[in-house]
Design a protein around this ligand. Structure first.
Ligand code: NAP
Length: 363
């Protein structure tokens, strides 16, 4: 029997679920043993369930093709087959909250891509390079849930990954006011151009709930753990506009920043290039070697050229320059379904495994 941790993917047939399946193929620590989705897909082989809607560039992994899809709602059955699960189901917020908690209570850790638990006080929302120490709240959460192994950890929204890493690298210069606009890919809505032809040559100036997430989630990531809760930071104000653009993969952000200290452009660029964290130190399997790259060319980062930097796990920043109203402005780019969704989730699970929060269940 393999030493790898047995993994279940909830919502395995969707856009993010497929990305999990793709990224976990031949993973050195994790092996997908169970796939689950809605009752519509349950009972079919995975290959049949995603027929005509497989969206990845790589083919469906051989090891997953013939797994029979389970019903996400059959919690005990799914939990009995796995050491932990990734969650990427699309249900109502209340249903997701309840089902993720039900999995945790079966002593199955849940690493979630969903927003439902992002503001539950004792649930860590982790970008492994930025706030790995937030995993500490898991102990308080386990006490509340009455579990020994089970817990929920989440990753933040895809939109923030194009600018929050840069702001984190600059925190010693005390950024305190940020205006950001995001230009978000259609895959962020689980869609391709085939599913959403109206997006060809179009821009839609609204993404439900996205501006609030883009303004608030970075504050929680920069927060502190106090008495078993995460208390968000109040040091930075962010205002955001989020726009859907006709791009398949890759969220771009343009941001204006005011700093309390007066950094030079060179200092800011150095801080970006030198920024790294626990995943690099621990050499986690999915960690990018360079988390943030700075691009000197005036016309970079570009989605077509740069979205796959570090296999989609790195963030590209460019066009940093002084501004006449704010102190500086810049452009950022990240891969929304890799760093922003499934890849961020896999890296989070690797961190939690390295820190022994996720372990093999006794069998
Ligand atoms: N796309 C992104 O870049 C992105 C980024 C961050 C967060 N998210 C979030 O991640 C979640 C999944 O997004 P997605 O884009 O992958 O969505 P999606 O492509 O629509 O996939 C949804 C998945 O959930 C399953 N599902 C739907 N209704 C269900 C039900 N009633 N009971 C059980 N399973 C159900 C679907 O199963 P069937 O195939 O059987 O219907 C499918 O596996 C959403 O909450 C989304 O907001 C997405």
């Amino acid at each position: 029997m393999s030493d790898k941790l047995r993994v279940g993917v909830l919502g395995a047939t969707g856009m993010v679920g497929q990305r999990f399946i793709d990224l976990l193929n031949n993973h050195p620590w994790f092996e997908v043993t169970t796939v689950a989705a809605s009752p519509r897909s349950a009972g079919q082989t995975y290959e049949k369930a995603v027929e005509g809607r497989w969206k990845m560039e790589n083919p469906i992994p051989e090891s997953v093709k013939n797994l029979v899809v389970k019903n996400v709602n059959e919690v005990e059955e799914v939990a009995s087959e796995v050491d932990f699960v990734f969650s990427a189901v699309d249900m109502s917020k209340e249903e997701i909250k309840a089902i993720e908690e039900a999995y945790a209570k079966t002593e199955t850790p849940v690493v979630s891509n969903n927003s439902a638990h992002r503001w539950t006080e004792d649930v860590p929302m982790i970008v492994p390079e930025i706030n790995p120490e937030h995993a500490e709240v898991i102990e308080a959460q386990r006490k509340r849930l009455g579990t020994k192994r089970g817990f929920i950890a989440v990753k933040p929204n895809c939109s923030i990954q194009s600018y929050a890493p840069a702001l984190t690298a600059w925190r010693s210069f005390e950024p305190y006011e940020v205006v950001v606009s995001t230009y978000q890919a259609i895959s962020g809505a689980g869609k391709t151009f085939k599913d959403w032809p109206e997006m060809e040559g179009n821009i839609i100036p609204f993404i439900g709930g996205e501006e609030e997430k883009s303004e608030r989630e970075p504050l929680r990531i920069w927060g502190k753990v106090e008495d078993g809760k995460i208390v968000p930071s109040d040091e930075i104000k962010i205002t955001a506009q989020c726009i859907r653009v006709p791009i398949l993969y890759g969220h771009t952000a343009t941001a204006f920043v005011k700093f309390k200290k007066n950094p030079t452009k060179e200092q800011l660029i150095e801080a970006l290039k030198n920024f790294s964290g626990e995943p690099q130190k621990l050499n986690l399997p999915s960690a990018p070697k360079q988390f943030i790259q700075y691009m000197e060319e005036e016309n970079r980062p570009q989605v077509q050229l740069d979205v796959d930097f570090e296999n989609g796990m790195g963030v590209s920043i460019g066009r940093l320059r002084e501004d006449s109203v704010y102190d500086y402005k810049f452009v950022g780019l990240s891969h929304n379904t890799i760093r922003g969704a499934a890849g961020g989730g896999v890296l989070c699970a690797e961190l939690l495994t390295a820190k022994k929060y996720i372990t093999k269940k006794e069998q």
